[in-house]
Design a protein around this ligand. Structure first.
Ligand code: NAI
Length: 250
């Protein structure tokens, strides 16, 4: 797989399944050379077959923070300048507040927040001299209103929203736009795990979603493509809810 001349290069973390895969699909269709980073080799293999020659996959566990600088250097050396970073990889954990251990909390924060910081820092280092780049973080409805039994996830996603703003004010003058997508309830393995075992929560989600249905991963892919590209050239520091109205639902 080789990047063609003048082709944009995007990294999509967690891009072998769910929302990340849909983002990668949309990028590849738009002729963006896409580097998918994930930790599940089988899913990566499937994604590589689906995404074709505009994509390469890299197996890496992003909680191994010390390995991130070399990962980014290797991508630049092998494929050239990184134009777009989508921080999509994430995990959820549904547990009663008092049952969440320190280790549970740390694991979610390490995956959803700290690895996002580390990979963004390394990508910003290579984007800064070129004065160009677009970084997209993935937040959640958990950052918009209180959802019970997801304390660590909520803490991580609320921090992502804050970090998006702090990154945008510091990096936009250097030509790097930073934005956030806050997906509503999107049909993926992650949401199936959270909703299908909890009919009460599913009912609650549907009742406050004016459009009356779950979103699709492609809905998020379309928004990511928009934010990544020239159409969004004057947009930075925002969090776009792609949620069928869930965040404003009664
Ligand atoms: P998913 O579980 O299908 O995808 C997450 C991907 O991240 C997986 O491929 C997983 O292997 C990867 N990943 C997790 N930890 C990793 C690590 N340490 N290193 C490398 N890769 C890792 O879930 P989904 O639903 O596609 O979620 C994607 C993002 O969207 C997450 O950040 C999630 O919090 C967010 N989100 C999802 C919503 C939904 O309704 N599905 C709603 C709001 C936000």
């Amino acid at each position: 797989m080789e990047r063609k001349n003048n082709q944009q290069l995007a990294i999509v973390t967690g891009g072998a399944s769910g929302i990340g895969l849909a983002i990668a699909q949309r990028f590849v269709q738009a002729d963006i050379f896409t580097v998918v980073i994930g930790r599940d080799k089988e899913k990566l293999q499937h994604a590589a077959e689906l995404l074709g020659s505009n994509c390469v996959t890299i197996s890496a566990d992003l909680t191994q923070l010390a390995a991130i600088p070399a990962l980014i250097t290797d991508i630049e050396t092998q494929y050239g300048p990184i134009n777009i970073l989508v921080n999509n990889a994430g995990i959820n954990m549904k547990k009663e507040f008092a049952d969440v251990t320190d280790e549970d909390f740390e694991k979610v924060l390490l995956t959803n927040l700290q690895s996002v910081f580390s990979i963004s820092r390394e990508v910003v280092k290579v984007m800064t001299p070129r004065e160009a780049g677009s970084i997209i973080n993935i937040s959640s409805m958990a950052a918009k209103y209180g959802i019970p039994k997801v304390i660590a996830y909520t803490a991580s996603k609320s921090a992502i929203e804050g970090m998006t703003k702090a990154m945008a004010v510091e990096l936009s003058p250097k030509g790097i736009r930073v934005n956030c997508i806050a997906p509503g309830f999107i049909a993926t393995d992650m949401s199936a795990k959270a909703l299908n075992t909890d009919p009460e929560r599913k009912q609650k989600v549907m009742s406050r979603t004016p459009m009356g249905k779950l979103g699709t991963p492609a809905d998020i892919g379309n928004t990511a493509l928009f934010l990544a590209g020239e159409e969004a050239a004057y947009i930075t520091g925002v969090s776009i809810a792609v949620d069928g109205g869930n965040s404003i639902g009664f």
